[in-house]
Design a binder for this molecule. Structure first.
Ligand SMILES: C[S@@+](CC[C@H](N)C(=O)[O-])C[C@H]1O[C@@H](n2cnc3c(N)ncnc32)[C@H](O)[C@@H]1O
Length: 246
């Protein structure tokens, strides 16, 4: 499946997140789960970087991860955190709450169907979605490769990420190609991998309509992971959703 993380993308996932200065979702997830009863499911739990600490904090939370490489990292680092290695679309179950942080939901095809399916599995949903302002405004060039970020690996080599995107505004999707380059001290490329992701995005109006249609109502909305000023552009939106009354 295309949305599963693998290779350097899986191996470097946490290092790139750690190198980023932005706020973590950990406190937001912890606060949401504290108010919920019963077992919760974390869809796309990745390397366990958030799952592990949440389980250690006492939450009855089970991870679900499609990528065998990400699941292996999670088991190795957080063996105490229960994990199912399966695609969300195949997974059956009933939960007190479901959490889908870090825009994983936007990797899924047919959001309407997924929201209906989530509604059958739980009454309480936590979703974090990102909105591609930088791509839409032209701050990031489309259809050309640009430097995204780089860092020094613990082994001394350089990990570099280049990105190229294409916007499909009509269908509300962003196709992002990533090029992962491992370079030695002289800047010679030792390894190179490319991946592609299709990310669906929603305007506020379209999202609220979709939620209503699929039986969800917004209980709480947190902007930019609770960081920044009130009138900042909203790049990231975290939603606490509950089943609407029939
Ligand atoms: C953006 S990463 C987020 C990982 C993790 N939530 C974090 O914040 O560190 C998305 C994760 O979702 C997983 N994933 C993608 N599609 C999936 C699916 N259909 N079912 C389960 N996991 C999926 C990917 O393999 C990847 O590990």
């Amino acid at each position: 499946m295309k949305s599963a993380y693998r290779g350097l993308e899986a191996r470097w996932h946490d290092l790139f997140w750690e190198a980023e200065e932005g706020p973590s979702e950990l406190l937001l997830l912890d606060a949401f789960l504290q108010e919920k009863d019963g077992r919760a499911l974390y869809v796309g739990s990745g390397s366990g970087r958030l799952l592990g600490p949440l389980v250690a904090a006492g939450h009855d939370l089970r991870g679900l991860e499609i990528s065998p490489e990400m699941a292996a990292l999670s088991r190795e680092k957080f063996p105490q955190a229960g994990l199912v290695e399966e695609s969300w679309q195949e997974h059956e179950g009933s939960y007190g709450a479901i959490v889908i942080p870090a825009f994983t939901f936007q990797l899924f095809e047919d959001p309407q169907r997924q929201l209906q399916r989530l509604r059958q599995q739980t009454d309480h949903l936590y979703l974090t979605l990102f909105f591609p302002w930088a791509e839409l405004s032209g701050d990031l060039p489309s259809n050309e490769w640009y430097f995204d970020r780089s860092m020094t690996l613990p082994s001394g080599e350089t990990a570099e990420l280049q990105t190229r995107h294409k916007l499909k505004e009509q269908t509300g999707s962003l196709v992002r190609r990533h090029r992962y380059l491992m370079k030695d001290a002289e800047g010679e490329v030792m390894r190179r991998e490319e991946t592609e992701q299709r990310i669906r995005f929603f305007t506020d109006v379209a999202l609220k309509k979709l939620l209503k249609k699929t039986g969800w109502e917004v209980e709480k909305e947190i902007f930019n992971l609770g960081d920044g000023e009130e009138d900042d552009l909203i790049y990231v939106s975290t939603l606490h959703l509950r089943a609407s009354e029939k």
